[in-house]
Design a protein around this ligand. Structure first.
Ligand SMILES: NC(=O)c1ccc[n+]([C@@H]2O[C@H](COP(=O)([O-])OP(=O)(O)OC[C@H]3O[C@@H](n4cnc5c(N)ncnc54)[C@H](OP(=O)(O)O)[C@@H]3O)[C@@H](O)[C@H]2O)c1
Length: 260
């Protein structure tokens, strides 16, 4: 069989056997992460479901994956706790033999005008969203196998600059910066790093605390005239994680129905 070559004639790097691929999904108990667990399990990945405290939902995610014929386990790990996250990766390696894909969906949001935000809320938010992302991608940088992918989560609000989103958007700006540098630091490893930046998506994080009028106003904003669904976003993640999406690297993918 001929060795596949690039246009300049050099051999492309050989890929190790990729079956079954193993994915860690932080925030896998609910929302976008939960949908991603099911999507990746349906693609044949063995999945480790990371969660903060919602054990019932994490176990339900595992059951859904198993009901679809997939393999999954749930591991509790606060993403900002480096020991817990190291144990999460240890569990993936012990149970499934390694890590190919890390989807870091865990995150929190708190909205308030900058003039009014309690700084304790700022610290808490940034602990999860910035420190948590750093801790997770640090382990990913050390452990993801060749051919793999790291997917983090930003938000389209980094570009949209909605009032009230200052602390949250700042934390996600940090995620974008970190992810793009990670992609460059992974040179030679054959591992991609990209951020997905959803627009308004129908999950607890978006819906909680909003009245119907606000939800309807935001749903009407994209040209596609609806909220995103967790499935819309899970499809993007699954593509970025897959060999088919491997040429996309060091990008922020604004998955938002065209909202401006
Ligand atoms: N929904 C949107 O409109 C939207 C838009 C742009 C970006 N995003 C981003 O997309 C990602 C997923 O959001 P979502 O809407 O799916 O949120 P969600 O429905 O509120 O789910 C959040 C998930 O993150 C986990 N989590 C929260 N804090 C954690 C921590 N410290 N350690 C470990 N896990 C933690 C939760 O675990 P438990 O179940 O155990 O609490 C849960 O599984 C987030 O990064 C969010 O910022 C969302």
């Amino acid at each position: 069989m001929p060795i596949p070559t690039s246009l300049d004639g050099r051999a492309t790097p050989a890929r190790p056997s990729v079956s079954p691929r193993v994915a860690i999904v932080t925030g896998g108990s609910r929302g976008i992460g939960r949908q991603t667990v099911g999507r990746l399990a349906a693609d044949g990945y063995a999945v480790v479901v990371g969660y903060a405290g919602n054990q019932d939902e994490a176990e339900a995610a595992v059951k859904e994956a198993a009901d679809g014929g997939g393999r999954a386990i749930a591991v509790r790990a606060d993403v900002a706790d480096e020991h817990a996250v190291a144990a999460l990766f240890d569990a993936a390696e012990a149970e499934f033999g390694g890590v190919d894909v890390v989807v870091h969906a865990a995150g929190r949001a708190r909205m308030a005008p900058i003039a009014e935000l309690d700084l304790a809320v700022l610290d808490d938010l940034h602990r999860t969203n910035i420190r948590g992302t750093f801790v997770v991608v640090q382990q990913a940088a050390r452990r993801v196998r060749p051919g793999g992918a790291v997917v983090t989560f930003s938000t389209s609000v980094v570009g949209l600059a909605f009032p009230g989103y200052g602390a949250y958007s700042a934390s996600k700006g940090a995620v974008e910066a970190l992810t793009l540098i990670l992609a460059r630091e992974l040179r030679g490893r054959d591992v991609t790093a990209n951020a997905v930046a959803p627009g308004p998506t129908a999950t607890d994080l978006f819906l909680d605390g909003k009245d119907e009028e606000t939800i309807a106003r935001l749903a009407a904003q994209p040209p596609l005239e609806r909220l995103g669904t967790p499935a819309d976003i899970a499809e993007v993640v699954a593509f970025l994680a897959s060999p088919a999406g491997h040429w996309i690297n060091g990008q922020v993918v604004r998955a938002n129905g065209g909202i401006i």
